[in-house]
Design a binder for this molecule. Structure first.
Ligand code: ADP
Length: 483
């Protein structure tokens, strides 16, 4: 049997259980068996990370840089194999899976560099003879809880900065995608980190995750996942006796893409197709609301329907596939029930929405990307995150109504506008209420070296990625020195 253990205190440790990792493009394909840690094993991992902290916190920037750089290089060298594994376990079409793997490598390389440039400040005091030094120190043991939709990039953008800034790590990946997590852990196990610096505990959120939230030795929790679980994380972190845990949450989105009358139609259609449907719509930055002004509305809808015919749905690893399967049966059910709800709410389905249980002889969770028109912003399909290849067109009068509809949502992760007017581009850049704004670009798809995060119900806490990651993974010390 192809089994994969957890990595705790520098050793590979069998779990209390094993789960199967199944390919959503072909449910007959078993990728492997993965250990599920018990609560006691999670505690052991936390204790190991706690014990390893003084040594890793005192490691030189060069040691940290070398370890992260080695992982980045290995990911690059094994890009094809890891991309294949990612597409196989998550269902992301191979070109997108390869892009995600590349991004994970870039993130490790970026933070290898950042480890060498941990910033500080030295300044004069207001008091005579005194000096002031502002330095950044590690936070401590960081608990990392990740979702299934970016099986290698999200772990990378949490693990790499945590280690770069001298923290130790307990990492719990999502149950659905243990393959990439395990592969990453295996590379980290050979990267020269002292035992206990990095620990992998695969297992259920309710046990392994909660153990991490409640253990006072875990000083910080970084979480990406659903809003409901995010709120539980927040409650647990502030509800602890003694010191509260620092926490950072990345949650849902209901991202608008505004298309104005003066947009280049083909650019707008490509932005919408990519943003709404690539990665099977399973991105928190997906464009699920297409807010279109009336002068271009009919042409935009006709071009979308036409373009959607060329989106080949199929096995994520087959050449030519653009849209892989939905990740599993539960998510598929959720997507289908929202499609039914859209019709019940009075929206008109103009393309897609059909589920195929079998494509080219492979049993999988296939769903044709769906486009609704005649929708309005108060419909549940326009307010709740669906997390599938489902998008709605909302017709609006003019740019003012477009902006107000775009911002009328509980979320604020990403937002886009398609226009050829510099004046409009600047106006929307300024007034869209989102952490990330895209002009003539899809709402999803971001660079690895700049901040990622949102506003309102989408996010809480400091930004991830880029130099801004230091704000979460370090704690500032202000020293007053009188010689
Ligand atoms: P998704 O819809 O992406 O699966 P979840 O919020 O359910 O979103 O899961 C995101 C991550 O949070 C997963 O790793 C999951 O195991 C973990 N998780 C789920 N429930 C809890 C919990 N009660 N405590 C801690 N972590 C949890």
């Amino acid at each position: 049997m192809n089994t994969h253990a957890n990595f705790i205190a520098g050793d590979w440790v069998a779990g209390q259980d094993l789960i199967q990792n199944i390919n959503p493009s072909d449910t007959r394909d078993l990728i492997g068996h993965y250990a599920q840690a018990s609560r006691t094993q999670t505690e052991t991992a936390i204790a190991a990370a706690d014990a390893a902290l003084p040594k890793w916190a005192a490691s030189t920037p060069q040691q940290r840089a070398d370890a992260l750089d080695a992982v980045g290089s290995e990911i690059l060298a094994r890009k094809a194999e890891l991309g294949d594994l990612l597409a196989r376990e998550e269902g992301k079409a191979l070109p997108d899976a390869l892009g995600e793997v590349l991004r994970a490598a870039q993130i490790f390389k970026f933070f290898a560099g950042e480890a060498l440039r941990i910033p500080g400040e030295s300044m004069a005091s207001t008091r005579p003879g005194m000096g002031v030094a502002v330095t950044r120190e590690p936070v401590g043991v960081v608990g990392i809880i990740t979702p299934w939709n970016f099986p290698i990039a999200i772990p990378a953008w949490k693990i790499a900065p945590a280690l770069a800034y001298g923290n130790t790590v307990v990492f719990k990946p999502a149950e659905l995608v243990p393959g990439c997590a395990w592969a990453l852990a295996e590379m980290l196990s050979r990267a020269g980190l002292p035992a206990g610096t990095f620990n992998l505990v695969m297992g259920p959120g309710r046990e392994v995750g909660e153990e991490m939230l409640n253990d006072p030795r875990v000083s910080a929790i970084t979480f990406t996942g659903s809003e409901g679980t995010g709120r539980k994380v927040a409650h647990a972190c502030v509800g602890r006796a003694g010191a509260m845990a620092r926490f950072q949450l990345e949650m849902g989105g209901k991202n608008p893409l505004v298309v104005l009358n003066d947009a280049d139609l083909s650019v707008a259609v490509e932005c919408a197709i990519n943003g709404a449907f690539y990665a099977t719509g399973q991105r928190c930055t997906a464009s699920s609301r297409l807010v279109v002004t009336e002068g271009i509305h009919d042409r935009f809808v006709a071009a979308m329907v036409q373009r959607m015919k060329s989106l080949k749905v199929g096995d994520a690893r087959q050449a030519g596939t653009v849209i892989g399967p939905v990740v599993n049966a539960t998510q598929l059910q959720q997507d289908l029930s929202y499609i039914a709800l859209g019709s019940a709410e009075g929206a008109k389905l103009v393309a897609g929405g059909q589920h195929h249980g079998l494509i080219e002889g492979r049993p999988g969770f296939y769903l044709e990307p769906a486009l609704f028109i005649d929708t309005h912003n108060a419909m549940r399909i326009n307010r709740e995150e669906i997390f599938g290849p489902v998008a709605s067109v909302i017709r609006v009068r003019d740019h003012e109504e477009a902006l107000s509809v775009a911002n009328d949502t509980p979320y604020g992760l990403s937002a886009g506008v398609c226009t050829t007017s510099l004046k409009m581009a600047s106006h929307f850049q300024r007034h869209l209420q989102a952490g990330m704004v895209m002009v003539n670009a899809p709402t999803a798809g971001v660079d690895p070296h700049v901040p990622f995060g949102g506003r309102k119900a989408s996010s809480h806490g400091p930004r991830e990625q880029g130099r801004y990651a230091a704000d979460f993974y370090t704690t500032v010390k202000t020293a007053y020195i009188h010689p």
